[in-house]
Design a protein around this ligand. Sequence first.
Ligand code: ADP
Length: 364
Amino acid sequence: MSASSVILELNNADVRRGGVRVLDVPRLCLRQGEILCLVGPNGSGKTTLLLTLACLLERAAGELSFRGRTVADRAAVLAYRRSTATVFQEPLLFDSTVYANVAAGLKLRGTPRQQLRMRVEENLKRFSIAHLAHRAARKLSGGEAQRASLARALATSPDILFLDEPFSALDPPTREALLDDLEHVIRDTGIAVVMSSHDQAEALRLADTMAVMRQGLVVQAGPPEHIMNFPADEFVASFVGMGTVLKGRVIDAGSNMLRVAVADTMIECVGNIQTGRQVVLCIRPENVTLAAPGSHDGDSARNHFTGTITRIIPMGHFLKVQLDCGFFLATHITHHSREALGLVEGGTVVASFKATAVHLIPHA
Ligand code: ADP
């Protein structure tokens, strides 16, 4: 990350709520045009961190810098807030028309009339609500109201947009359509975004950077794909849907190839960890393939285990299959594969995965 592209920086943040420390973030940066998604279970501190970054929540300690300048005194805080916009889970609209709501921030800033009208119309269009301009805000559906909130937020052309669980109150099709439009607007404007979400699919879809939170700490931050495949600890592994998380011990360490004992079995992995070390093995469900017994010969995977199917769980478009191979193993398959392989609970199957599909975390 080049220092010059950093737009917002939070250092040594300590935030207390109800007298209790609920946020402890040594350092967090946001770059120009970056979409940063804060994810984590309920109560992990996502909203607290988002509001702290938006300077809407007081810190007990710590420093916030915007474009290289400390946001310290009241004047700096007010100037900073005018460069940002925040959208919450519940749309906070005035009891007026959609047009008036979208125009509100611009009016406050004394935007000349013609420019104001242009900006309002542009943002109504961006969020496909031009036809609702003269509708009373209180008569909007949840999805329309959130579109109006987003149009209002973007009308002032903020440098940073804060979104606190903006889609969690919406039904899936409404959310999907809004996500599409928002993604388009974000990429189009190049605005920097901080968004909180407990839905990792949402985060994966939008985020350039994902920050996983637990108990007020950012436990891992980085590109979503990296976190999905290389979680830093067991908590992150479970949160990003790793599927299989096992405890084992390195028995044999060759040149970058390891044999790891898990229960009574050996799993071959790629890595550089000393013999004798305790490790956590993580295997993503999409990296485990299933075959009928005796039919897997010839594939390049190093690990093949015969197992009993303990559960088949419908997940909509796919099925989650849980196996007992002497250790727990989970995979995802399509409905078509289930039929083709004739998989049933209690049946026997061969599970295969490559040595490179195992992510190892040395145990503390
Ligand atoms: P998240 O957004 O991840 O659900 P929050 O930031 O809302 O988490 O909460 C973080 C912690 O702060 C939780 O332990 C929560 O109970 C506590 N908390 C949040 N709001 C308040 C409040 N107004 N007063 C006291 N404690 C609060």
